[in-house]
Design a protein around this ligand. Structure first.
Ligand code: NAP
Length: 485
């Protein structure tokens, strides 16, 4: 698939106050294809001064934007949903080229990401307030919801469209203006997202986008601006913790979607074929580069051999290659660092006694490819048991009792997604209650859903995105008291 004609039509500058412009000094950064190592194009390398211009524009646009009718905001989102859907093939091709996931998965992400715009177009006209009289009958208590104000949006490279729409959708619905910094590895998908919003009629200043070689150079002026009232971040726990510390200085509202270390528990009464299909989905979606990815598979010892053999057969037969080629099921990892990290986690486990059922090594040659891998008998002191793998590797550990399974699953500082397979509903719900996680996939390997509250507990984050509560993150409560006569 030739993506050059699409790339040639893209705006790749900074988008500030309704205008595309170059970065200060005309600086740019290269965007690479992880399947080939080739440079796709260059995008603007924003400076601190560019970032300041962006947050000023967001601040100046806030009052007018907050005053627009909810229906107007809803209709912009609805049109943008339709434009993303119409442009799905082009967006997916560009996403695959810059991020690596197979084209079919990129199309799936466009559909998933666009749904956040449709969902929040419907929510924009539905958020309400409260009215009550005080207990002594002397006061009218009126409670309304207002937009928080200008928001800072920071997104990662692994879901370059959906992580943006999951924040932009509710911010638009609530009436907040935004400054947005997409990941430097995958800015092109974000530009296509911005184009859809511009074409849908988003007013100048509401969304301002700055790409940069240095995240800190752009984000710090925003955090210290005194203009932004909220930061919503998706990315690593380490960066999230730093942002929380910075946000404290101005008592800024925060939403944090951070790292995961998802347990995938297979009970002795599970339907093994269903569990294997769920594991393929939970492990191999996005090539394992997902915060929800099954990171540690805990399987009852009585079914471990059957489960491991079937999973290894499935992963071992997946076609690895350039995501733009027909039939590719697993693309490359995003860069050399990601490949080195996955390799070293597997090497460490094998050196400590883990057995490789399939895969286990990087694929030599162009691009950052790692063989889909299943390892068993993974000792407790392996780094892979505590670290987010972010690659196509399934480490399997056995257990004998439910208590043991729960202890293993919860033995992590993270708490984003978790998965549980059992055909006994009562037992499964009891175990789900005991999992320390924001989300539980019960007999399914997929939890992401625009209509559901996505988010984690413990070091996996604060707040929820999507669902009915998603818009609350962008609203402040105001209470007006007036005497009752
Ligand atoms: P990352 O390194 O934390 O980067 C995420 C974003 O933060 C990027 O835009 C990055 O910019 C920016 N950033 C980096 N350093 C920063 C700083 N000092 N101040 C402000 N912003 C900074 O994470 P990643 O490697 O892109 O993404 C993978 C991580 O995201 C994994 O841990 C994964 O679990 C997590 N994730 C979580 C969810 C969720 O919903 N919970 C969803 C997807 C991913 P640059 O691109 O310029 O570095």
């Amino acid at each position: 698939m030739d993506i050059k004609p699409i790339i040639d039509t893209l705006n790749t500058g900074l988008f500030i106050d309704g205008q595309w412009r170059s970065a200060e000094g005309g600086k740019s950064i290269e965007v690479h294809n992880p399947a080939t190592g080739e440079t796709i194009t260059t995008v603007a390398d924003g400076s601190a001064a560019d970032a300041e211009a962006a947050i000023r524009a967001a601040g100046e646009a806030q009052a007018d934007w907050a005053a627009t009718a909810p229906r107007e905001r809803a209709e912009i989102l609805r049109r943008a949903f339709e434009l993303l859907t119409e442009r799905a093939d082009d967006i997916a091709a560009v996403m695959t080229a810059e991020m690596g996931k197979p084209f079919a998965e990129s199309k799936g992400e466009v559909a998933y990401g666009a749904e956040f715009f449709r969902w929040f177009s419907e929510e924009a006209v539905r958020f309400d307030g409260e009215y009550a009289q005080s207990a002594d009958g002397k006061t009218r208590v009126m409670v309304s919801r207002e937009p928080v104000g200008p928001c800072i949006l920071i997104t990662p490279w692994n879901f370059p469209l959906a992580m943006g729409t999951r924040k932009i959708g509710p911010a638009i619905a609530a009436g907040c203006t935004m400054v947005f910094k997409p990941a430097k590895l995958t800015p092109l998908t974000s530009f296509m997202l911005v184009d859809a919003l511009i074409d849908a009629g988003l007013p100048a200043g509401v969304l301002n986008v700055v790409t940069s070689d240095s995240a800190r150079r752009v984000v710090t002026p925003w955090m210290e601006s005194g203009i932004a009232r909220k930061v919503t971040f998706t990315g690593s726990t380490e960066v999230g913790v730093n942002l929380l510390k910075q946000a404290a200085d101005s008592v800024m509202k925060t939403s944090m979607e951070l790292g995961g270390n998802a347990p995938f528990v297979v009970c002795d009464d599970a339907d093994i074929d269903k569990a294997v299909a769920g594991a393929v989905q939970a492990k191999m979606r996005n090539g394992g580069e997902a915060c929800t990815s099954a990171n540690r598979l805990f399987v009852h010892s009585s079914v471990a051999e059957e489960f491991s053999t079937k999973l290894a057969d499935r992963l071992g037969s997946m076609r690895v290659g350039n995501g733009l080629d027909d039939g590719t099921e697993v693309g490359p990892l995003v860069d050399q660092d990601a490949l080195d990290k996955v390799s070293s986690l597997v090497d460490d486990a094998v050196a400590k006694g883990a057995k490789v059922l399939t895969g286990g090594k990087r694929i030599e040659g162009k691009g950052f490819f790692f063989d889909p891998t299943v390892i068993t008998d993974v000792p407790a002191d392996c780094e892979i048991r505590t670290t987010e793998i972010f690659g196509p590797v399934a480490p399997i550990v056995t257990f004998d009792t439910d208590d043991e399974a729960i202890a293993l699953a919860n033995e992590t500082e993270f708490g984003l997604a978790s998965y549980l397979f059992s055909e006994n509903l009562e037992r499964a719900l009891g175990l789900a209650d005991r999992l320390e996680a924001g989300m539980v996939g019960l007999n399914t390997g997929l939890v992401s859903n625009p209509g559901a509250p996505f988010g984690g507990v413990k070091m996996s984050g604060l707040g929820r995105e999507g669902g009915k509560v998603g818009i609350e993150e962008f609203l402040e409560i105001k209470y007006i008291a007036t005497p009752r006569s």
